[in-house]
Design a protein around this ligand. Structure first.
Ligand code: FCB
Length: 474
């Protein structure tokens, strides 16, 4: 929140205000992408172990078996964050480390890793932000249907309670799910992510069960231990624009907006699916999987929304409605168009203003909702220069541009409390393997040597000053 002093500065300076006092400057990672230690201390198999070990699923045949070996090297990684001056760290807990088979008593050796991690963060004054599900479902639960099976939602709530019981006295910020869009639609619709199921209508059922898992976990988290915590969920948002005012294009944009943005946020915030969303689901797979009372559970009050943002969509109707695997159930006919903006190394258009548009839209739809940017960042083809450094000016420009957009959103009244850059380390980028580098710290995956890139030093400076440099980076 802005104190009076900041408000005076705002009036004097025509440009956007400095970031609010207490703004969290963090970085984000996830368990499977960095931990490695796939067999350590009683960890079970996750769907990502199975998927990555299936030939042809991940570029280069890469797996997360070793990844950035963070499980063993976390003291070094926490020290790095501290040296950079960062104030917060968002990481995820690996469900199969806590329940090898997805149910039953918690594995204390698995929890001990996160206890050690949290303690070392707190010792250095870094606020931990825990994500409970970043896609690594225990394989044993997948064997019973995974997110197509309603029971998985109940298992998730049980697991969430166990983690809160173990860490709840030391962790304030809790996120239930990371990007259920990817888990449902890439995992069960297109099959590009684990578990690799290609069933677009079924992926809408998976989406509902993920929402139910979130809704059941919120009270389970609050009940599991005494003390105040803040609970949110993390969604990946893309502002969607239509190619023209033609009804076919407007309809395409409406359906993509439903599937990408509203199907998750609206029921969480309104405790019901709005009629147009229900009608879409009805058309594609029926609504028999939505039981009476589910929507009320899904709408359990949350304390903040986690916003992940990478790029925006520009769409048109009139494509071929192919029947095959797709992450767009009921919108397979939509065409995604280029706006001609520069691309990151993973092929996503750079649209910093889209972040402002998205934040302002959420605030318009749900006024006063407290938000954290839980991910934003860029893949670039970084190289270690002869001077031993990584001069990733393009990443600096990307983050700088997006932070200016956040600043503008805050100035226009959006309540953003923090920013977590994706990612601390180069890591296992899902189906892309290790080929796409998102870290602000370079990792040599042969030696595990870490080299903070120029962007890490730049970002540390921003965090320390709680402000951007006067000159915009290009
Ligand atoms: C997000 C994921 C994260 C990472 C970034 C690049 O969709 O949450 O794990 O892969 O994209």
């Amino acid at each position: 929140m802005q104190d009076e002093q900041t408000a005076v500065v705002t009036e004097a300076a025509p440009q956007a205000a400095a970031f609010p006092t207490g703004f969290l400057w963090g970085v984000a990672t996830s368990a499977y992408q960095i931990e490695g230690a796939a067999d350590a201390d009683g960890r079970g198999q996750s769907i990502w172990d199975t998927f990555a070990h299936t030939p042809g699923r991940v570029a280069g045949g890469d797996t997360g078996d070793v990844a950035a070996d963070h499980y063993h090297r976390y003291p070094e990684d926490v020290a790095l964050m501290s040296e950079l001056g960062l104030g917060a760290y968002r990481f995820s807990v690996s469900w199969p480390r806590i329940q090898a088979d997805g149910s039953g008593p918690a594995n204390q050796r698995g929890l001990d890793f996160y206890r050690r991690l949290v303690d070392s963060l707190l010792e250095r004054g870094i606020e931990p932000a825990v994500t409970l599900y970043h896609w690594d479902l225990p394989q044993a639960l997948q064997d019973r249907g995974g997110w197509l099976d309603r029971d998985t939602a109940y298992r998730f709530a049980e697991y969430a309670g166990a983690v809160r019981e173990a860490l709840g006295d030391r962790v304030r910020l809790w996120t239930t799910l990371n990007e259920p869009w990817c888990a449902a639609f890439l995992g069960y619709g297109e099959g590009k992510h684990a578990p690799g199921v290609q069933d677009p209508p079924g992926s809408l059922v998976a989406a509902h069960h993920l929402l139910l898992a979130h809704g059941l976990a919120v009270p389970a988290l609050r009940a599991a231990a005494p003390g105040e915590i803040e609970i949110g969920t993390t969604l990946n948002f893309y502002p969607v624009s239509a190619a023209s005012e033609d009804p076919a294009d407007l309809d395409a944009a409406h359906r993509i907006d439903i599937l990408q943005n509203r199907i998750f946020l609206d029921p969480v915030m309104q405790a019901r699916y709005p009629a147009d969303i229900l009608a879409h689901v009805e058309r594609v797979c029926g609504t028999g999987h939505i039981q009476q009372g589910d929507e009320a559970l899904i709408g359990a009050p949350i304390d903040f929304l986690g916003v992940n943002y990478y790029t925006s969509y520009h769409v048109a109707g009139g494509g071929e409605a192919a029947d095959g695997p797709s992450c767009w159930p009921g919108a397979q006919d939509v065409r995604f168009l280029s706006c001609g903006r520069p691309l990151t190394d993973i092929g996503w258009e750079i649209d910093a203003q889209g972040l402002r548009t998205q934040l302002e839209r959420i605030n318009r739809d749900y006024p006063g909702l407290k938000m954290l940017i839980t991910e934003n960042g860029a893949a670039f083809d970084d190289v270690v220069s002869p001077d031993g450094k990584v001069h990733d000016q393009a990443r600096i420009a990307y983050v700088d541009g997006h932070l200016r957009a956040v600043q503008q959103a805050i100035a226009s009244g959006v309540d953003v409390r923090g920013y977590f850059l994706w990612s601390l380390l180069d890591n296992f980028e899902w189906a892309e393997g290790y080929a796409k580098r998102f870290g602000i710290v370079h990792v040599d995956f042969d030696t595990q040597l870490r080299i903070p890139k120029d962007s890490a030093l730049w970002y540390g400076g921003v965090a320390l000053r709680n402000d951007l440099p006067a000159e915009q980076a290009i």
